[in-house]
Design a protein around this ligand. Structure first.
Ligand code: FEO
Length: 179
C-alpha cells in the first residue's frame, strides 16, 4: 500500500520529509510570534503586539503554502506538532533579538532544503522554495531594522514608547526606513 501511494507522487521521501520539517518550523515561528505578541501586549507595547500578530499570521500562511504544495503533488503533508513555545521573554528588546535569530535559522533551513533539491534533481521543489528564500531577505531585513531602532532611539525615558510606535512602520522596499 505504501509503495502504491508513493507511486502517486513525484516527491521523493527525502524531500517530502524536509518539506514537512519546514512546515513544522513555520508553525513554530507562527506560535512564537503569537506568544511574543502576548508578551508585548502584557507589557504595554500594543503596536508591537499588532505587528507580531501579523507576523504570526504570515508564518501560518507560509506553513499552509508548503502544506498545499506537498498535497498538490500527491504527497503527505503532516499537520505539525508544535511544542516548547516560550511564553516569557527576557525583555522588549529580547523579543526582537529572538525574532531575528529565528529568521536566520529559517533561512539556513531553507538553504539546506534548496541544496538537497539540487542534489536530488528536484527542480520543481527548488523552484517552489525560491519564493520563500526571497521572503527571507525581507524578513531578515525588517528584523534587523527593528533591532536598530533600539540602538538609534535608545530605551531611556520615552524611548521604548517611541520604539513601539515605530516598529509597525518598518518595511522592506523603497520606503524602507521612513517614518
Ligand atoms: Fe516563514 Fe519567517 O519564516
Amino acid at each position: 500500500m505504501k509503495d502504491l501511494l508513493r507511486l502517486r507522487t513525484s516527491l521523493s521521501e527525502e524531500i517530502e520529509l524536509l518539506l514537512n520539517e519546514q512546515i513544522k518550523t513555520e508553525a513554530y515561528s507562527s506560535a512564537v510570534y503569537l506568544s511574543m505578541a502576548s508578551f508585548c501586549n502584557r507589557n504595554g507595547f500594543d503596536n508591537s503586539a499588532g505587528y507580531l500578530e501579523k507576523q504570526s499570521n504570515e508564518e501560518r500562511g507560509h506553513m499552509l503554502k508548503i502544506f498545499k504544495y506537498i498535497n498538490d503533488l500527491g504527497g503527505r503533508a503532516i499537520s505539525p506538532e508544535v511544542t516548547n513555545v516560550p511564553q516569557e521573554f527576557e525583555s522588549f528588546r529580547g523579543v526582537f533579538e529572538l525574532a531575528l535569530q529565528q529568521e536566520i535559522k529559517v533561512t539556513s533551513q531553507l538553504n539546506r532544503l534548496a541544496d538537497q533539491c539540487m542534489k536530488m534533481k528536484d527542480y520543481t521543489t527548488f523552484e517552489f522554495i525560491q519564493w520563500f528564500l526571497k521572503e527571507q531577505i525581507e524578513e531578515e531585513y525588517v528584523a534587523r531594522r527593528i533591532l536598530e531602532l533600539f540602538d538609534v532611539i535608545g530605551e531611556e525615558g520615552t524611548g521604548r514608547w517611541q520604539i513601539d510606535r515605530n516598529i509597525p512602520k518598518v518595511s522592506y522596499g523603497e520606503d524602507a526606513g521612513e517614518e
